[in-house]
Design a protein around this ligand. Structure first.
Ligand code: ADP
Ligand code: ZN
Length: 611
């Protein structure tokens, strides 16, 4: 239900935005016309400068002096240059003197732009008609600016706040509203405790993280869990989306970040939640335009993160779906130095989410949520909530007394079709391919003495990968032997080899494996000097040109040897799998059924062999 209301609200919002935009366009057209009309009346055409040009010139440091007259919208500006001042004078008609004055004052005070500002008192001979003419566009533009500010949540509204200082309207989301994600909640519980009793921690000299980054695809419950932290701790939750910082006017994004933190400091202890942080926190580039604007906003965020200290008991939580896009500076100590992955729910998680969201709906007792969980691999929490809502709608339309199994099945189908279009749901075929691929890695490594034990095998997508095989980590090790590197390559090839042997198909899923294996082979030859034919030489050079001293023969040989190493690894992996096809099949089938295999369960497949 809640989900649905949200969607309705969003639709209304969009409609409002369209209306406001249309009004803005009409308003702008009228304003432009009037401004044009007034400026023609002014009769100083060749000495005029467009307002937008003036702003650009100010930003580029081309303006020497600006003279403003209170109550008049005509400025006198002097462009930098060698000629006598009279020749460099221009007049500019500003849409709103007030707004311009504030803007330029900030430029001078904060950004250190050097411009001589002169303010003259009202010209008593200002003609009344002129005043009227100049007022009309001003009013229009002020209204427009207000609308824009309102739409973008500026004008004092920096960030949505749930819960005021009086504590009367705190978010009432609790950890119990977040299903599954037990480990993640466990990690975040100390943040709740800190927000509740900051003094105890500070007295003890404990350092609490300032920023926590939540990684995960949309709808996995990142916002929900952030709200729950605020709800559990009973502190205000200030939220803002990264895309809201991207402004049409230069400098506003940064000033919003500043305002957001100012506000948070007044409300501390509190939580700031920045959704879609990748919108501002993408890697900085040195380009112009929107990117520069983006950089300013990011820099401001870094300044703010560094600026407050833990005594202020503000915790900044940020969410992103694209961690690889983030600027590394954001992840440094004292900023978002703690990262938590919020995965798509596994089988048990999905069941828990379904049960939680079924509470306020009338379900037939025959509905089996475990079954539904089994049919919805790859669904996020938001999508599962949507399934149940859709089922309720279908049941109502069908005039059922309560929601039946069939209603839920139809809802799943309906949503799956929608999802398939966006390629988000995993097809049976992909699932099978992934299952054999991951089973291949796991089974092959089991027969490689130097490889560490399997910790977990899963076909639940993680990041870009369709599944994963996790290995137990080794104790501290300083050296890696040649055998170990060779066997590592064999384990890496196990995925692709299994796809080929079992399904006679190969997929893009092995791209990372191939990349890593090729890297190992290259390093073995060019850095570690592990090749029998080449001998212990280092081919590590800063400039490819330097390789020429080795001659073409050596370079060709490196290429051939890399290929040879990879080929050998692939053949070895294939051999192991062919010998143990039955185990490979069983592991893959189990993965298809359970999605995840623990190390203990995995070891069970090899019990027969040991005896
Ligand atoms: P994100 O911020 O990761 O995009 P949200 O937190 O906005 O996702 O989740 C959207 C909705 O999906 C939530 O309001 C909730 O109804 C549902 N949801 C997602 N994950 C869970 C979960 N683990 N438990 C319960 N509901 C969830
Ligand atoms: Zn793989």
């Amino acid at each position: 239900m809640e989900n649905n209301q949200k969607q309705n609200g969003q639709k209304k919002n969009n409609l409002m935005k369209i209306i406001v935009l249309t009004l803005m366009i009409i308003g702008l057209a009228v304003a432009t016309f009037v401004v044009y009309y007034v400026s023609v009346k002014d009769g100083q055409d060749d000495n005029k400068l467009a307002f937008t040009e003036l702003m650009t010139d100010i930003n580029n440091g081309k303006i020497e002096k600006i003279e403003m007259t209170t109550g008049s919208n005509t400025l006198k500006v002097v462009i930098k240059g060698e000629e006598p001042e009279k020749e460099r004078e221009k007049t500019v008609l500003v849409p709103s003197l007030q707004a311009f004055m504030e803007w330029i004052q900030e430029k001078v005070d904060k950004d250190g732009v050097e411009i001589e500002l002169n303010q003259k008192p009202v010209n008593p001979f200002l003609r009344i008609s002129e005043t009227l003419f100049s007022l009309l566009p001003t009013i229009l533009l002020v209204v427009l600016l207000l609308m824009i500010f309102k739409m973008q949540g500026l004008g004092g509204d920096s960030g949505k706040v749930y819960g005021g200082e009086d504590g009367s309207k705190k978010t009432n989301v609790k950890f119990s509203d977040v299903a599954g994600l037990d480990e993640e909640k466990g990690e975040l519980i100390e943040i709740v405790d800190f927000l509740k009793t900051p003094k105890a921690y500070l007295d003890m000299g404990a350092k609490i993280p300032k920023g926590i980054l939540l990684y995960g695809k949309p709808g996995t419950g990142k916002t929900l869990i952030a709200k729950a932290i605020a709800g559990e701790a009973g502190v205000p939750f200030i939220s803002m989306s990264g895309s809201e910082f991207i402004e049409m006017f230069a400098g506003l994004g940064a000033s919003r970040v500043r305002k957001l933190f100012e506000r948070a400091k007044k409300m501390a202890p509190c939580i700031i939640f920045i959704d879609e942080i990748d919108a501002i926190g993408s890697r900085r580039t040195s380009n112009s335009g929107a990117e520069t604007e983006n950089n300013q906003t990011l820099n401001q965020l870094l300044v703010e993160m560094d600026g407050f200290d833990t005594n202020e008991t503000i915790i900044v939580l940020a969410a992103t779906n694209r961690p690889e896009m983030l600027d590394k500076a954001l992840l440094r100590p004292g900023r978002f130095d703690r990262q938590i992955t919020i995965p798509a729910p596994d089988l048990n998680g999905r069941e828990a989410i379904l049960k939680l969201h079924s509470k306020n709906k009338r379900f037939s007792p025959t509905v089996d949520f475990k079954d539904i969980a089994g049919d919805t691999a790859g669904f996020t929490g938001a999508e599962l909530a949507n399934v149940l809502n859709e089922a309720a709608i279908i049941a109502t339309r069908e005039k059922h007394k309560e929601i039946t199994n069939q209603d839920v099945e139809n809802a799943v189908k309906k949503i799956t079709v929608g999802l398939e279009k966006t390629n988000r749901v995993i097809s049976e075929k992909d699932k099978k391919l992934t299952a054999y691929h991951e089973a291949g890695h796991a089974v092959v490594s089991k027969f490689l003495p130097t490889q560490t034990d399997v910790k977990e095998v899963s076909i639940i997508p993680r990041g870009l990968a369709g599944g994963y095989t996790m290995y137990k980590t080794n104790e501290d090790k300083y050296y890696v032997s040649k055998t170990e590197l060779l066997e590592k390559m064999v384990a890496l090839m196990g995925g692709r080899a299994a796809e080929k042997i079992s399904l006679n198909e190969i997929s893009t899923g092995a791209s990372n494996d191939i990349e890593v294996a090729t890297g190992i082979a290259r390093d073995m030859l060019t850095i570690y000097g592990m090749d029998d034919n080449l001998g212990p030489i280092s081919l590590k050079v800063d400039d490819p040109y330097e390789l020429q001293i080795f001659g073409d023969k050596v370079i060709d040989q490196v290429g051939n040897e890399i290929q040879q190493l990879i080929d050998n690894a692939y053949v070895s992996a294939q051999k192991i799998l062919l010998e143990h096809m039955d185990i490979l099949d069983r592991v893959a089938q189990t993965l298809l059924e359970k999605e995840k295999i623990t190390s203990e369960e995995f070891e069970m497949f090899f019990k027969d062999l040991e005896e």
